[in-house]
Design a protein around this ligand. Structure first.
Ligand code: HMG
Length: 426
């Protein structure tokens, strides 16, 4: 564990807000409809359900709902927010950012700097890093940042990627002396121009080179871990899998987190063998003994964070923070003071590995995330209803409302979008 300089402010995630649309599709139903073996999805991808955004929800309403929930539950006053960053790869306009709609819906102050961030799934983490640096630099002048990650993952109907869609948003209050997760200043970054996943300007659905994207993800994990290690200047000789109480990975589908963890373990095992550590010399990474140790490590460090991702699907920018919300809500009390590692990946690509630790009292800061309540109130769609939602959503959205959130798309006129609020969340 690294010492913080007494002069460096303690910065991190103060509160987490979560929002899911009110509809879901069971993936075994979709598998049967597409004539795909159910086990390929449930076991091969590790996914059970995906959240489906109705045509009257977009990244503005998803993000504003997550943000309104975090301000209400965290008792954060609007005047305290000096920076609003909205990360998304599902923008509603090429020029006008999602963030300015969210700014208005939340009634944030006019001196709050706001903009939208894009780099596929990575930009939520870009927002967290920018917000943390803004606070560390002193420019925040005691104010807090609100980082919103909001997305709707859409691929073509009947493509193999169809099973890895999803929708949702997470809002993070980033502050000095955080009440939830203090972030360590050293991180590891990797960037490289690859065409693994993209969405040309005229398309609503993403294109993907599926198998290649898995390789790009794992190469980026290697690169980010190498950079992280060099940033520690020799202080990081204890393997992450021994140091961390939990490891969270960007989760386009849960089996990807399994593959990532296996890669991390293999790296650390091989390094330990090269150093001549006794435990790593007993068997190689190809052996059944290693496979057994890997499963135990995965079950202890990774699986506890994946429960919500299994039921929502890929939420792109929000995906890593969906895992954090789920873990924090369930385990913050027992993880106080323990290190947690987080790996963020955005296709294209940019990736970052960073770490933090839950602070004293963090369980109280997670009491109102409300993941179970959001899941319970979802209505399950038939495959036909889901297809109709997807077709309407692909037209740019249809004004409408349900009783899930506090705001909705009220009208689209002259290519302008208008939103309305109902009651604030409690
Ligand atoms: P696919 O061709 O449908 O599936 O593509 P597959 O043939 O690769 O099979 C999937 C797994 O199921 C395999 O497991 C099979 O063995 C297994 P693995 O060998 O990989 O461990 N399987 C079975 N298991 C049990 N019973 C059976 C059975 N049959 C097969 N009967 C793919 C899958 C993920 C490629 C596809 O869904 C896709 O293209 N998804 C979108 C891309 C994606 O999610 N990429 C992830 C990495 S890139 C990333 O994370 C960035 C992203 O979030 C975007 C951003 O940054 O903005 C996507």
């Amino acid at each position: 564990m690294r010492e913080q300089s007494p002069l460096r402010p303690r910065v991190g995630i103060d509160r987490i807000g979560l929002y899911l649309p009110g509809y879901a599709l069971a993936l075994d139903e979709l598998a049967r409809a597409r004539d795909v073996p159910v086990d390929k999805i449930l076991l091969g991808l590790g996914a059970q359900k995906m959240a489906v955004a109705p045509p009257w929800e977009d990244t503005v309403t998803l993000g504003a709902n997550a943000a309104a929930r975090v301000l209400a539950s965290g008792r954060v006053a609007r005047e305290e927010i000096g920076l609003l960053l909205v990360a998304t790869e599902t923008a509603v306009d090429h020029a006008k950012p999602v963030s300015i709609f969210v700014h208005e819906l939340l009634e944030l102050p006019s001196n709050c700097r706001t903009f939208e961030l894009k780099h596929a799934c990575y930009s939520g983490t870009a927002g967290v890093m920018i917000a943390s640096d803004w606070i560390r630099s002193g420019a925040a002048r005691g104010r807090k940042a609100l980082v919103v990650a909001t997305d709707i993952a859409r691929y073509d109907l009947r493509s193999s990627a169809e099973f890895t869609q999803g929708a949702g948003a997470v809002a993070l209050v980033v502050s000095e002396s955080p009440r939830l997760l203090e972030l360590d200043p050293v991180t590891g970054v990797y960037a490289s121009n690859v065409y693994d996943f993209w969405r040309p300007l005229d398309r609503r659905e993403a294109l993907v080179d599926g198998k290649y994207s898995l390789d790009c993800y794992l190469a980026a994990l290697d690169g980010a871990l190498d950079d992280y290690r060099s940033g520690l200047n020799g202080a990081g000789s204890i393997p992450l899998t021994a140091r961390c109480a939990a490891l969270l990975y960007h989760t386009p589908f849960p089996k990807m987190a399994h593959k990532a963890h296996l890669r991390l373990l293999e790296r650390e095992w091989n390094e330990a063998a090269r150093r001549g550590d006794e435990y790593a010399s007993r068997f190689s990474t190809g052996s059944p003994e290693f496979a057994q140790a890997a499963e135990q490590s995965y079950a202890a460090l990774v699986e506890p964070a994946l429960g919500l991702a299994r039921l929502t699907g890929n939420t792109y920018t929000a995906s890593l923070y969906v895992c954090l919300a789920w873990l924090a809500e369930r385990r913050a009390r027992e993880l106080v003071g323990r290190e947690v590692g987080l790996f963020s990946y955005g296709s294209g690509c940019c990736a970052e590995f960073f770490s933090g630790r839950f602070v004293d009292g963090s369980a109280a800061a997670t009491a109102e995330i409300g993941a179970a309540e959001l899941l319970e109130r979802r209505r399950e769609l038939s495959v036909a209803e889901y297809e109709s939602f997807m077709r309407e959503g692909a037209q740019g959205g249809t004004p409408g409302r349900d009783d899930t959130g506090f705001c909705h798309l009220a009208a689209v006129r002259d290519h302008k979008r208008f939103y309305e609020r109902s009651a604030w969340p409690r």
